[in-house]
Structures are given as structure tokens and as C-alpha cells.
Ligand binder design. Structure first.
Ligand SMILES: CC(C)[C@H](C(=O)O)[C@@H](O)C(=O)O
Ligand code: SF4
Length: 467
């Protein structure tokens, strides 16, 4: 048998049909559905009088438009948001899906609750009408975003038409230095490869620094594979993965667990498998980083100065000029001089319990800078409950943070949590595009510990000075 990558193995196990031109029909194990990209897909089913082919493998949750304050049973004020959330509610009930309504404690960001509830498991194919579906790759699942017409196709057939991508290996060797996290790894990779570096590839992240990460950290890394242009990100499952999955509500039990483990233990890239592209970073070389511009590739160590357009070449010169203008930054000044007025800790990148613990470790016994607007938005109701039980919520509230209900929130500002024009935010999310967090808002991406440090000082801050 010829050697295979992890991606090859999962792919081969799911091909239902291959056409002469290489186009394949892939079987889909899990279909996650949120309110933004699904209404038209369900309408399509209705119009053609179809049912959902595998409702037991389809999981629906509202997350993007839900308010994170107040009464969850109250009507959503914004009409567009309300229509989407109500449509999902109707569709989930009518088509008999697994459903976590907004007032269910298990509700949360779709990419956080999939793993949390044990829907996401090694070796699966997982899709969702959402680009950050790559997150689930942390379990050694082939997971990627799909468009609304594909959502309809998967709902109707439980299959997806796909062409195979190329294999890319991203190896992070050695150990991370103190203060350096999974977020710094994933941002540094994009800084090195650019936002198009992964185009046409499925990335497998490997190496000692990846193995050392918790499942939460691995999800942070895979979450941003899409920002590096890749179709999906993967990490081979290991004991940590199995331990995380064991006992989750929808994980297999008993003999079924044993049978699953037999297959899961074969899920690694063979030694002499073929890679179309290989990138290697040394863990020791990775610093706590922040973004300075309006693309996730605009990454620098926190100790650097704000770049000048002339530091770049080609099309990037003009892009950097526009970014710096939009961001209101002066070239040559230290990044640590940049003052911020808002801190957002949350999102499917960094809204899990470990992220909240990392922020709490910095915030314990401290106060945020006067006048600072700071919020923690847990990734799910269960993350929120656990943080309360562990006393983290008290640390946040005593420090001056708002303690919110679960949802996407200020990651993309589809709910009332938005930046005003010119406001500058230290954010733990994954996109710093113009207007992403509200029209005219300015976003600096970073790790939860770095965002917590910035909340205290009121500036972009090297977390290592506060440890
Ligand atoms: C709304 C949704 C389609 C979108 C995505 O696909 O990623 C959102 O989650 C985002 O992060 O921009
Ligand atoms: S938290 Fe942000 S990135 Fe994640 S699904 Fe929601 S909007 Fe998209």
C-alpha cells in the first residue's frame, strides 16, 4: 500500500463516487448549521418537497445574531437578526434536527459546541456553512466551510461534491517560550505564509509544539487555517484527543467506543507520505504577536515597531499604506505605544475555558484601565457555567470586565456588540478586516493573555512583562 497522509486517509474513507475528472462525492458525517447561511437552503428543500436526509447527523444552533446581554427569551430587536434566528428555530424543529435554542445552556458558537457535545470526532468529515469550520480539524476530522447552495445539497443528500486538495505540512518544532500560546503559533504561521500561502491545500499541523498543545489550543490553531488560505487544517489525534472525546454526550460508548478507537489509532500521516509543500517554524522563535493592519497576515512580535509601507514590496506597499491609514497608526513607533479603548475576549478562536483561564491568570487582583470597555463573551453556555464555577467570572467582574452570554458577538458585530468608527480594539478573534467589528472600527488580533494585559495598561502590551 502506498503511504498516505492523514488527509488522504480520511478522504479515501469518505469517497462515495469519483468521476473521471477527479470530482468526488464525499460522504458527510456531521453537518453543523447556524442561522446566517441556512435559511435559503431550507427554503430550497421546501420548494422541492424534500426532507433532511440525516437529521440525526445535523446539528443546529443560533450564534451570530444572538444578543449577549439581557433576557434570552426576549424578542431580538434588530429585525434582520430576529428573522434569521426565528427561521432557524422553525427549520430545526420542522426538519427534526439536533437543536440548541438560544435559551439552552448548551447553546454557543457552532465551532465550540460541536466538540463540546462530542459531535466532532476523529476521522469524520464535518461541514458547516461557515469558514471557520476548520476548527474541528483539531480532532483529526476533515472539516471545512461550505456555501449556502452546498448546505442545501448536504441537507438533502448527506454528501458534498469536492475535488481533492494538495497536502501541506506545517511543522512547529521544539517548545514554546513562556507567554507564547496557540494563537501566537497560528498568527505567526499566517505571518510567514501570507493569507494565500495555503490556497489549494489542506494543512496538517505537526511537531512537538503542536503535540504539547491542549485540545483547546489545537482548535485555536486549526481555526485560523482558513485565514492562511487553506481548505482545512488538521492535527492527528492522540491520547489527548481521545481523552477529550471520551464521555461527551454524543461520543460513542462501550463496544462502539472500542471499535472507533481501532480506526482512530490509524489516523496519522505515514512516515514517507508525500507532501506538496512543507513549512517549518521553530517553537522557540515564536514571540507573543499582534496584528497591526487589516489582514491576518499583518503580524509582528509585540516588541516590534509599526512598519512603514516601504518595508514591503510589490502590491503589499499600497496595501500596507491603506492599512496603516485605516488603522490610524504612525510608522516607526513601538507597537506598545498604541492605545486601545476596547477589549474583546471570545470567539470560536479563543472563547473556550482555557482561554478564559489564561485571561483570568493575568487579570486576577487587577483592574482594567479607567474608561476601558472590556467584555468577555464565553464561547458557549457551558463554558460560561464552568468559568463561574471556577471563580473566573468573579475575577473578570472585579477587574471591570462585562461578563456576557455566549455567542459570536463582537467578533463580527452582527449583534449589538460593535465598535464605533475609530474605536480601537484588542481582540482574540480571527479577522481584522476593515469594519469587521463595526464600521470604522480598528482591530488588533492577539491571544487572550495579551488582550487581558492590554485591558490593564490601556495599550498593546507584552504579556511577558506582567507574568
Ligand atoms: C457569517 C459566516 C458566513 C461567516 C463565515 O463564514 O466565516 C462568519 O462566521 C465569519 O466569521 O465571518
Ligand atoms: S465567532 Fe467569529 S469567526 Fe467564529 S463563527 Fe462566529 S463570527 Fe465566525
Amino acid at each position: 500500500m502506498s503511504p498516505k497522509t492523514l488527509y488522504d486517509k480520511i478522504w479515501d474513507a469518505h469517497v462515495a463516487h469519483e468521476a473521471d475528472d477527479g470530482t468526488c462525492l464525499l460522504y458527510i458525517d456531521r453537518h453543523l448549521v447556524h442561522e446566517v447561511t441556512s435559511p435559503q437552503a431550507f427554503e430550497g428543500l421546501r420548494m422541492t418537497d424534500r426532507k433532511v436526509r440525516a437529521p440525526e447527523k445535523t446539528i443546529a444552533v443560533p450564534d451570530h445574531n444572538v444578543p449577549t446581554t439581557g433576557d434570552r427569551d426576549a424578542k431580538i430587536e434588530n429585525e434582520e437578526s430576529r428573522i434569521q434566528v426565528e427561521a432557524l428555530d422553525r427549520n430545526a424543529r420542522e426538519f427534526g434536527l439536533n437543536y440548541y435554542p438560544v435559551n439552552d445552556v448548551r447553546q454557543g458558537i457552532v465551532h465550540i459546541i460541536g466538540p463540546e457535545q462530542g459531535w466532532t470526532l476523529p476521522g469524520m468529515t464535518v461541514v458547516c456553512g461557515d469558514s471557520h469550520t476548520a476548527t474541528h480539524g483539531a480532532f483529526g476530522a476533515l472539516a471545512h466551510g461550505i456555501g449556502t447552495s452546498e448546505v442545501e445539497h448536504v441537507l438533502a443528500t448527506q454528501t458534498l461534491i469536492q475535488k481533492k486538495s494538495k497536502n501541506m505540512k506545517v511543522e512547529i518544532t521544539g517548545k514554546l517560550a513562556p507567554g507564547v500560546t496557540a494563537k501566537d503559533i497560528t498568527l505567526s504561521v499566517i505571518g510567514a505564509t501570507g493569507t494565500a500561502g495555503g490556497t489549494g491545500y489542506v494543512i496538517e499541523y505537526c511537531g512537538e509544539a503542536i503535540r504539547d498543545l491542549s485540545m483547546e489550543g489545537r482548535m485555536t490553531v486549526c481555526n485560523m487555517a482558513i485565514e492562511g488560505g487553506a481548505r482545512a487544517g488538521l492535527i492527528a489525534p492522540d491520547e489527548k484527543t481521545f481523552e477529550y472525546c471520551k464521555g461527551r454526550p454524543h461520543a460513542p460508548k462501550g463496544a462502539q467506543w472500542e471499535a472507533a478507537m481501532e480506526w482512530w489509532k490509524t489516523l496519522y500521516s505515514d512516515d514517507d507520505a508525500h507532501w506538496d509543500k512543507v513549512i517549518t517554524l521553530k517553537g522557540e522563535d515564536i514571540a507573543p504577536v499582534v496584528t497591526w493592519g487589516t489582514s491576518p497576515e499583518d503580524v509582528l512580535p509585540i516588541t516590534a515597531n509599526i512598519p512603514a509601507p516601504e518595508d514591503f514590496s510589490g502590491g503589499k506597499v499600497g496595501a500596507a499604506k491603506r492599512s496603516l491609514e485605516y488603522m490610524g497608526l504612525t510608522s516607526g513607533k513601538p507597537l506598545t505605544d498604541v492605545e486601545i479603548d476596547t477589549v474583546f475576549i471570545g470567539s470560536c478562536t479563543n472563547g473556550r475555558i482555557e482561554d478564559l483561564r489564561a485571561a483570568a491568570a493575568i487579570l486576577k487582583g487587577k483592574k482594567i484601565k479607567e474608561g476601558m470597555r472590556a467584555m468577555i463573551v464565553p464561547g458557549s453556555g457551558l463554558v460560561r457555567a464552568q468559568a463561574e464555577e471556577e471563580g473566573l467570572a468573579d475575577i473578570f467582574k472585579e477587574a471591570g470586565f462585562e461578563w456576557r452570554l455566549a455567542g459570536c458577538s463582537m467578533c463580527l458585530a452582527m449583534n449589538p456588540d460593535q465598535l464605533s468608527p475609530g474605536e480601537r480594539c484588542a481582540a482574540t478573534s480571527n479577522r481584522n478586516f476593515e469594519g469587521r467589528q463595526g464600521r470604522g472600527g480598528r482591530t488588533h488580533l492577539m491571544s487572550p493573555a495579551m488582550a487581558a494585559a492590554a485591558a490593564i495598561t490601556g495599550k498593546l502590551t507584552d504579556v511577558r512583562t506582567m507574568m
